[in-house]
Design a protein around this ligand. Structure first.
Ligand code: ADP
Ligand code: MG
Length: 314
């Protein structure tokens, strides 16, 4: 393609909300044979909602929710936002002004008065969060987080968790002072176009893959809904780029689509990195493409644009 053709294609992309950083990336997209999708926030809406909270320790449900919300208040994860929202509604439903503006304004103020003080907060990448509340350790996250801290999950809680996971929900486990307290189930619906895009890629001869830090059962349930057979689950943030490289070893051209900080090494390692608009700045920086509309159809638009530009004018 001539420089003019590349310029024209870049302009057409931009008009559709597909921003490409340079002619090389535009050219590489035509040959993609794998598209790897991050799950949370990429295939799914990233608008997580708590669907269940269950205490297994005799702790009062209200106290349980306060504990969890206090620990998650410092986390940026979409799961944390869902937990806070749920706890807030549990405690304050019916006691708040009906005007939305008033509510949004008062929320922060109310939350700050009501949350417990969390000290030494830290995020454990791919696993959850930890902190101290009332000088006792709080752990919130997946099984791996519980295991590595020696917290045993009782069998009835484990079977409840498995049930959630088989229904495409993410379960988060809560321990206080080394004892298991309870769990919450969180749903994060697929983007409405996700399944159509996956089907479209298959028709183009491209192999879709789902890549996530979430557990196998949840990942497989979501993959089934969206029509993806190739799933890589329980991948730690550092491992996402390795998955890209392992596919490249066979000579494949790999596109990665993601939104999170976790995804940025994989976006950089991919032949074609595509960041979802509205995703984190670090992901956007690492990518070759930015899909401004946050619509997965633009993955196909980007590949089509490259194919057209480089086949027609060669
Ligand atoms: P993904 O690749 O799907 O974006 P992450 O690597 O961000 O997943 O997280 C992997 C898993 O770690 C989550 O599914 C969840 O079980 C746990 N986790 C991460 N952050 C949190 C948090 N703030 N609260 C509870 N659990 C968390
Ligand atoms: Mg994500």
């Amino acid at each position: 393609a001539t420089p003019t053709a590349v310029m024209v294609a870049t302009g057409i992309g931009a008009n559709h909300g597909v921003l490409v950083k340079g002619g090389d990336a535009l050219e590489r997209a035509q040959n993609v044979n794998y598209v790897i999708f991050d799950k949370t926030g990429t295939l799914t809406q990233g608008k997580a909602v708590v669907t269940t909270a269950k205490v297994f320790s005799g702790m009062d449900l209200g106290d349980f929710l306060t504990l969890v919300a206090s620990a998650e208040a410092s986390s940026e994860h979409p799961l944390a936002k869902a937990v806070l929202e749920y706890a807030f509604h549990f405690h304050f439903f019916g006691k708040l002004p009906s005007s939305k503006d008033g509510l949004e304004q008062r929320k922060e103020q109310i939350l700050s008065q009501w949350l417990l003080e969390a000290e030494d907060f830290s995020a454990v990448p791919g696993k959850g969060v930890q902190c101290l509340i009332n000088e006792k350790k709080v752990l919130i996250g997946n099984r791996a987080l519980m295991n590595e801290n020696g917290v045993s999950v009782p069998p009835e809680a484990e079977s409840f968790l498995v049930d959630l996971e088989l229904n495409a929900k993410t379960g988060i486990l809560v321990a206080y002072d080394s004892s298991f307290m309870g769990l919450m189930g969180i749903a994060d619906p697929l983007k409405r176009e996700a399944a159509v895009v996956v089907e479209g890629l298959k028709k183009m001869g491209i192999h879709p893959v789902m890549l996530t830090g979430d557990n196998w059962r949840t990942a497989q349930a979501v993959a089934k809904e969206v029509g993806i057979e190739d799933v890589r689950a329980e991948v730690m943030p550092a491992g996402k780029a390795d998955v890209v490289r392992s596919l490249q070893k066979d000579g494949s051209i790999v596109a990665m689509v993601g939104d999170g900080i976790n995804d940025s090494p994989a976006l950089a390692a991919a032949d074609v990195g595509m960041a979802i608009g509205g995703g984190t700045d670090i992901a956007i920086e690492a990518a070759d493409y930015v899909l401004v509309r946050n619509n997965l159809e633009d993955v196909i638009t980007a590949i089509d644009l490259s194919r057209k530009t480089f086949n027609r004018i060669r």
